[in-house]
Write a protein that binds this ligand. Structure first.
Ligand code: ZN
Length: 434
């Protein structure tokens, strides 16, 4: 039985989707104005693993992650880069997809763009105003955070704590500083949309609430993102759904921990950001991420990364050597049930990929020790099956030619043809097969 930690209840709960074996999952995606850094890649990796694992235990998953393509930062960046907003967001949507590929995550089933839902957003905001949960001012439309007692339930904050959490900035013409913008009226040069309240742009929290309403009727099994989104973003998405539709947005709320550079937050101003496009081993990076429990913070540094590059190399070499031993055609369905059941137990315990990586490394060690060919085959198959669920399976393919070369090497050694043996050994070794 799968158990997951629910941020809202602060408890590890049994996972029971709303509709039998169907799982609707929405993860907040990127605002596309720059290349993503490795901290941004953590949820991209984790929720991909979650989807794969849910499918592995026979759930049917529909995974949506949005693209925020309207935002003040986009307008600013577009101006700086002398591009239109559309050119800029296209460029960085493409870059995001490349980064997703680099860390070996599959793309979500759907990646809706906020700008395709402007009409729906306007309609949604109208309902909130009609129901008395939102009000119009000169600067735009705001959500009235004082109307519903559920406000604070995602981040587990009472009224006083909420007030402290909200950055106290220019209050403008909001009634309460916890109130948040649904529609921002603007006459600046950036992209604007028509609305009954004046030309402007939707608020970020409204974008996600509306896309969820349109795609899932506002009912999710899992809503996820980085832990920095718990407040205010997810709190504000949820309260709008309650106000608009009369129910909570999601049954489970899952949040991925931060990734810092050493002890410092990764940020442009500190000059310590590492971009996904600049790392040279996406799979070793993915291994590093999964070696840490998803809710724990990660303190990243280059030495740590080097360590995982070496570990990944060790895994790859052992698997290739074992594959060569097993040959080209062997039954890949035969597994060691004990290894698979350990894997399932760890994953069912709030997706403990960290213990799964430990299990894999133990079994990799074992592969180098055991002699029984059936044992070797079962262990090999079990490891590769798990690596495939985690999407960290090394890329290699044993071919007839490689097997022939290996046999020729053995023959040359037997015939004491040392020159030939040496050449073949070098070739096989360079390719990582021996
Ligand atoms: Zn969101």
């Amino acid at each position: 039985m799968l158990k997951i930690y629910n941020t809202q209840t602060r408890k590890t709960e049994e996972f029971k989707p709303i509709n039998n074996n169907k799982v609707n999952m929405y993860v907040c995606g990127p605002t596309v104005y720059s290349d993503i850094h490795i901290g941004n890649a953590r949820p991209v990796i984790f929720f991909d693993v979650l989807k794969n694992y849910l499918e592995f235990i026979n759930y049917e998953v529909y995974y949506v992650s949005n693209i925020t393509d309207v935002d003040d930062k986009i307008i600013e960046e577009a101006k700086k880069a002398k591009l239109t907003e559309l050119e800029l967001t296209k460029k960085y949507t493409k870059a995001f997809i490349e980064a997703t590929n680099k860390v070996n995550s599959n793309l979500p089933d759907l990646m809706p763009k906020a700008t395709n839902y402007i009409k729906e957003m306007v309609k949604y905001i109208k309902v909130l105003i009609d129901k008395g949960f939102a009000y119009q001012t000169e600067s735009g439309v705001y959500f009235d955070s004082t109307k519903l007692s559920e406000y604070g339930s995602i981040s587990n904050q009472n009224k006083e704590e909420l007030e402290k959490s909200v950055r106290i900035e220019n209050k403008g013409d909001k009634r309460d500083f916890k109130d948040f913008s649904l529609w921002k009226i603007t006459d600046d040069q950036g992209i604007k949309f028509e609305s009954p309240w004046g030309e402007g742009r939707p608020g970020w929290h409204t974008e996600c609430a509306v896309m969820n309403h349109e795609i899932f009727n506002g009912v999710l099994d899992i809503h996820g993102g980085g832990s920095d989104l718990i407040f205010p973003h997810h709190e504000n998405e949820n309260i709008q759904t309650i106000a608009h539709s009369g129910h909570e947005l999601s049954k489970y709320w899952m949040h991925v921990g931060r990734l810092d550079f050493g002890d410092e937050k990764m940020s442009k101003s500190l000059g310590n950001t590492v971009l996904v496009k600049d790392i040279d081993n996406g799979l070793a990076f993915r291994l590093l991420i999964l070696a840490h429990h998803y809710r724990r913070p990660i303190s990243f540094n280059n030495e740590l990364f080097d360590e995982y590059i070496q570990i990944y190399d060790r895994i790859t070499k052992t698997l290739k050597r074992t594959n060569l031993k097993l040959g080209v055609n062997f039954n890949q369905d035969e597994v060691d049930e004990e290894i698979i059941s350990k894997f399932v137990d760890e994953m069912n315990n709030d997706l403990n990929t960290s213990n799964v990586i430990t299990l894999i490394l133990q079994e990799i060690k074992n592969l180098n020790k055991i002699n029984d060919i059936i044992d070797i085959k079962k262990t090999y198959n079990s490891i590769t099956k798990i690596l495939n669920v985690l999407n960290i399976m090394p890329e290699y393919k044993l071919t007839k030619e490689i097997v022939n070369k290996y046999e020729a090497w053995e023959e040359a050694r037997q015939n004491k043809d040392f020159d030939l043996a040496d050449t073949l050994r070098k070739e096989l070794s360079n390719e990582g097969w021996i």
